[in-house]
Design a protein around this ligand. Structure first.
Ligand code: ATP
Length: 237
């Protein structure tokens, strides 16, 4: 069954909208999605902007945290797995990788962004995917899935992502983070991939994931540092 998807023509930010509803005491059921055709003030982590484009996917959903759930920050990996599985299912020919914790990169170019924001016991997960167009950015390479050879309809993508997210969330709750880590690894960049963790200004090479989802980053001196998803991903607005 496809979770409920509310589609709107335009808004500032679907994450901001769901956070505002939660702040107003409105009940937003887990698995409810808000998907917009256009976003005029889309945002990424640390107040960075997210560029939209008609035909691209921009949407947010809510996770209601329960007693006994794994650490909320590991939802970053859950979202990454759901997103990567959706792309793999709808566009099996496209060559892409998950960059820890959850960017989709095709030939090193960024095709998606995920933003987790917490409000009390709720986590709002926002996902932007360049299905048809990617902005020209001075500081980084971007790509759309269309230019990589996949024509994916936005509404079909939304339906598939909603199902994949519900599925990954179930795995996270019932089987734990280790199971999500096992799903993540074959979708991710290979061991040895050079990585930069901007927040901590760390450079190193990908050395797999710890069972709790932490990034194992091998420095030039061979030492392995552990970087937790929460260090770089989960922001309280
Ligand atoms: P990274 O970990 O890749 O350095 P990030 O996690 O900080 O990035 P996000 O929050 O996922 O980034 O996304 C915001 C950043 O993505 C912006 O700072 C901008 O560089 C880039 N960006 C903005 N819009 C798009 C887009 N439509 N496609 C690809 N990249 C974009």
């Amino acid at each position: 069954m496809i979770p409920p998807i509310e589609r709107i023509a335009q808004t500032g930010s679907t994450n901001a909208d769901l956070l505002a509803r939660l702040a107003a005491g409105e009940h937003v059921g887990e698995g409810h999605w808000l998907v917009a055709d256009r976003q005029t003030a889309g945002r990424g982590r640390l107040g960075r902007a997210w560029g939209d484009g008609l035909g691209n996917f921009m949407g947010s959903t809510v996770v209601q945290l329960r007693a006994g759930d794994p650490l909320a920050a590991t939802l970053a990996l859950v979202a990454g797995v759901a997103l990567a599985k959706t792309i793999r299912a709808l566009a099996p020919a496209i060559d892409f990788q998950l960059k820890w914790p959850n960017d989709i990169l095709a030939d090193g170019a960024k095709c998606s962004g995920i933003l987790l924001e917490r409000s009390g016991d709720s986590v709002v997960i926002g996902i932007g995917v360049n299905l048809v167009s990617a902005p020209d950015l001075p500081d980084r390479a971007t790509a759309s899935l269309a230019e990589k050879g996949a024509a994916i309809d936005r509404d079909r993508f939304a339906d598939a992502l909603a199902v994949a997210m519900a599925d990954a969330l179930w795995t996270w709750r019932q089987e734990g983070v280790e199971s999500i880590v096992r799903a993540w690894l074959p979708l991710g960049h290979p061991v040895g991939t050079p990585l930069h963790v901007s927040e901590q200004a760390l450079d190193g090479y990908f050395d797999g994931l710890a069972p709790d989802g932490a990034l194992r980053l091998r420095g030039a001196d061979g030492e392995v540092m552990l970087v937790h998803a929460g260090d770089v991903e989960l922001r309280r607005p």
